[in-house]
Design a protein. Sequence first.
Lengths: 715, 686
Amino acid sequence: MAALEEEFTLSTGVLSAGPEGLLGVEQSDKADQFLVTDGGRTVVLYKVSDQKPLGSWSVKQGQIITCPAVCNFQTGEYIVVHDNKVLRIWNNEDVNLDKVFKATLSAEVHRIHSIPGAEPLVLFSSGAIRGLEALLAEPQQKIETLISDEEVIKWSKFFMVFKHPVLIFLFFQHENYFVYVQMCKSHSLSKYTLLLGKEEKSITPKFTAYVDRKFISLMSLSSDGCIYETLIPTYSTDTEKNQRLVRSLVLKAVVSGGARNRTTLTNLDQDHVAVLGPPLPASKECLSIWNRKFQTLQSSKEFPQGTSGQLWYYGEILFMLHGKCLTVIPYKCQVSSLAGALGKLRHSQDTGTCSMPHFVNWEMCEGYELESHSAAQSRRILRRKKMEASLQPEVPGSEQLLSIINKDSEKHIEVELRKFLATSTPDFHTLLGDVITGLLGRCKAEPSFYPRNCLMQLIQTHVLSYSLCPGLMEIALERADVQMLQLCLQQFPDIPESATCACLKLFLSIGDDSLQDMSVSMESVFDCSDTMQDEEMEEQTEVVQNGFSPKDSNCSNENQELSEKPGAAKTVSCPVTPKRAALLNGILHSAYSETFLLPHLKDIPAQHIVLLLQYLNFLYLKCSGNAAMTLPGVNPPTLSQIMDWICLLLDANFTVVLMIPEAKRLLTNLYKFVKSQICVYSELNKIEVSFRELQKLNQEKNSRGLYSIEVLELF
Amino acid sequence: MGEFKVHRVRFFNYVPPGIRCVAYNNQSNRLAVSRTDGTVEIYNLSANYFQEKFFPGHESRSTEALCWAEGQRLFSAGLNGEILEYDLQTLNIKYALDASGGPIWSLAASPSGSQLLVGCEDGSVKLFEVTPDKIQFARNFDRQKSRILSLSWHPAGTHIAAGSIDYISVFDVKSGSTLRKMIVDRQHLGMTKSKCIVWGVAFLSDGTVISVDSVGKVQLWDSATGTLVKSHLIANADVQSIAVADQEDSFVVGTAEGTVFHFQLVSVTSNSSEKQWVRTKPFQHHTHDVRTVAHSPTALISGGTDTHLVIRPLMEKVEVKNYDAALRKITFPHRRLVSCSKRRQLLLFQFAHHLELWRLGSTAATGKNGDTLPLSKNADHLLHLKTKGPENIICSCISPCGSWIAYSTASRFFLYRLKYVRDNISLQRVSKMPAFLRSALHILFSEDSTKLFVASNQGSLHIIQLLEGSFKHLHSFQPQSGTVEAMCLLAVSPDGNWLAASGTSAGVHVYNLNHLKLHCTVPAYSFPVTALAIAPNTNNLVIAHSDQQVFEFSIPDKQYTEWSRTVQKQGFHQLWLQRDTPITHISFHPKRPMHILLHDAYMFCIIDKSLPLPNDKAVLYNPLPPKDESDVFLRRTTHAFKISKIYKPLLFMDLLDERTLVAVERPLDDIIAQLPPPIKKKKFGT
């Protein structure tokens, strides 16, 4: 699961970030140290973990740095270009940039690229590329022109593909974008035309790229707010021909379409991409991490003071300019799991827009996975295009349903929904998600609207999960709809502990009279007829455990009275009504993790804790009543569930339970039970020895002695 | 195929000694194993884990440490204070050198193999230089206050770590001075033990020292600062052994509870370069203390008090999922400890320090398959022959007529004449056995019991003529010039004309006993010979190899027989090749020349050469008798291999006469019953 950690700022006293932001942030040869080049004259070396600058170098007044400083990883020196043509190389010990090595070049430098393990490359504005060493050997050498003067390099990046350095750069010419891929070893240059949408002509999209096996995946953030991907082969078969590249949609509407300049994106790894920009036209700028594979938002952070629309990413650290401060955001990405990816789905209703929520289209993802493993990568683009196209005609039907959901009466919705559920479309899951989100959205908007039957039907499709519609249980809790909650507890595999506990609270606190009218599934409750009449809480229990009967020494008087009662005490009645028992059983069945559940259990009022404990105790007694240690009925709580819950409740509320007088007897019983259990185990340990001896005797009997004569026939 | 009366013998009260040390040699892929009685065994892991060599034990020599140095030289040290070097050619001890530091607890060869370190009872660590034919004392390191139980070299050879009682010291090899002392914690689950013994240390190239100790902890130390980096509590009892892989990406520890834990250096998260040691896999293949572990590139090897040598391949390191990927548990020696006198129905059992002679019982009853027949006479224990001296018996044999018993130790050869007078038995030792017979590796009597053949560890074969109560040395076949390889296996033809002998690696030599000269040599095969026998009448030599191949070689024709060629052409059944114990004995049916009887520890097989060989699709083991099947089906399914797996573990099986077999079994339960009780673990709570 990808996550952004707490950000911190680097002191920018020495930096002067212009309106265009910084020129660049580059890695240095030491981990944790980064070269920051501002828009003017200064290069600062920061040690990020100390949040301190280690060194700062400036060019003379009147000169201006035109290309971000980089580190030559082979020598550990730093390189910067000022006034387009003057190259400076220095190292940590140098103080004054004026006195360091200087080389004046014959052409304007666009950028210097340097990555660990490769010689730095100088990219000239004319599109020519030189290795640094070759250039320094003859600084005034003639630089050829690949692209004409009016064309401007928009973006460039340097990679290692299978240990071969590859430089890719992009320029704009005659309303088209062209990509040059330069293989530095073989000096082969491939040119591609990038086909973009119509809307792209005016505004330059933002680009990022990474190497995906034999392809360079170039991602662009268009002005419509969507991310597109283009695959560029690193080994071009035909370098002469001008090849065209098609893009495919990766993520829709990650930033608001209207945002023009202050957006950018950076690829983090194979699956994750960081996007900087306002998610909605009016909102503040946001840094969000998206999982491309699952199409989900993983993490997001708001930057109210505005950013420069620049983002740098090096080895788990993101750099950006927030206001006037250089902000560092550590980024961690654990291996993404499905549940993790699904966990933080963007809630479109939170932001109040009517944009359609994106649900995972599993069919498509599956196809995508399979395709990506196959060698024919180019086919994958086609396939995805087709997929998207085939999805289009489905949209009106679902849209119609969604509009019905948003406007019509409950009855009508129910009828339409039944129709929808009867048909099975290929993207049934996606539509179902949209439907439930629509319903819940309307529920929230209109307090009177509560399409209970529809929701029940949807839950019973076995398709929904908690993370797909987190609002559902919330609404049901608000309306104290225990039937719905019971259904959710049964059907959803991923209910968080907080929700489980909220249900538990409701189930314990809801009045008996209101329960009376509810129809609750009673299959997990046994012996209904026995306890039906006996609804007032009759607390008479006697522990009869594995043949151990507590001889009450200092129990409460009540207990003594009870035990003195002739013929009493063997019948135990349920402390809760059968309906409540059914609901509580649902809770007992739900999955949980102790660490997350315990804090929530502390919030339950004391008398409810006692009630639940009594119920659990009752269940336990019933359990131990038969030899198999199980309860009768369909799907009853198991013994280990009961025991775990008793332990959990006591752990969470021990002091509280200790203080309540009515719990005293219960605790005494439990204590005695534990004591008897210890007795039994120690007895078992003793018996084990005897059993082993018996086993030995048995073995001796079975073994045929030390000598025998037998008949063997071989066939 | 045949019905046999089987004397099923379980009174061979053999208990293998516990394993004390293992040392893995990467160069030759061999494993040296020392046992508590001082025996040292060499297993060839490339040859199907065959125990190809062994050095007999000695009462006063308990091996505490074992290591390979200078490539393939094997050293051991023990509580008698001596360092021994083993001669792997002639299978004897090259020399013993007193380290003069009291009992030696630990021994470690430097990474280059040119130096040896020993850790002694008196707290001294001594450095020896390995010279081409000996070792030479170089110097002492700073003396510690208590015994040095474990030693480990830094892979660069500059530093060593030494585990003592309650602390670990780090020495500089150049100066011999103590650089660091790391005190181990005596606390165990809140209780403070009186002392904490550091059973094992391992020095990694990044300066980390891993220690295992008697309070159940595996601890990682930074040797530069002497600080504890990480502590894993893995057992309630001692952790007794540790071994690190050469790549230093995994190590293995063994505990007194019989568990072996595998630790691996894994990334904290995927794609992260930060790595940490994580306990990954526990293995419970032992019931008792795991005294020693080794880490080969592909497997974890462990051994301990319960006498099993366990080789557990690491699945992630095994490239092909063949039979090598299976767990191996080696319990019994790959040589015969039982010999049999067919004529008198006697069995001679060989123990470390004595021999037992038993007479089999008899029955008059008959029965059908699977019946246990009532005994008319039970088996008798006739003789208990104790050896003199502290040395273990190397090999022994009883003559077919039952009137001679011979055995040898490392320094002497003993021959006894037995006389049977009704139920009484008298024993007479033949004196003045020549000295050159000592340390014999195999003893064999001719079929008519008139000749004795002795294979010596110097590579020569001696022929002794047996007379009533005395002997005469007839001839010695000297080894081929230049070779001193010990001879391990002998076979003589029933007509007494041929003698076949095989060494530890080279081919099988066949000698003509009438002309007393080398007749021929069977073409060399890459796997060692595990059993040899010469068939009556045809004089075909049958050879079993450790890769489960069986060859038949015609001695008169000096070539492989037609049948053997057919077998090689078609290949053995897959399951036959996958058996994991070697064939230890081959014999023949006197009346059925087409039959070869052979057995390993888990099966007994009669190969009928007249029947077709099974192909891989056929059922190799066919325990069920044919019932109502038609003849056609029978004819289609019968094949040459008739296998019985009833008797196991089978230490010896032979044909007494046409209709009688003797099978000596040693059930594992009986061995376990004789071991000390393991650490008790509670099954129930509290």
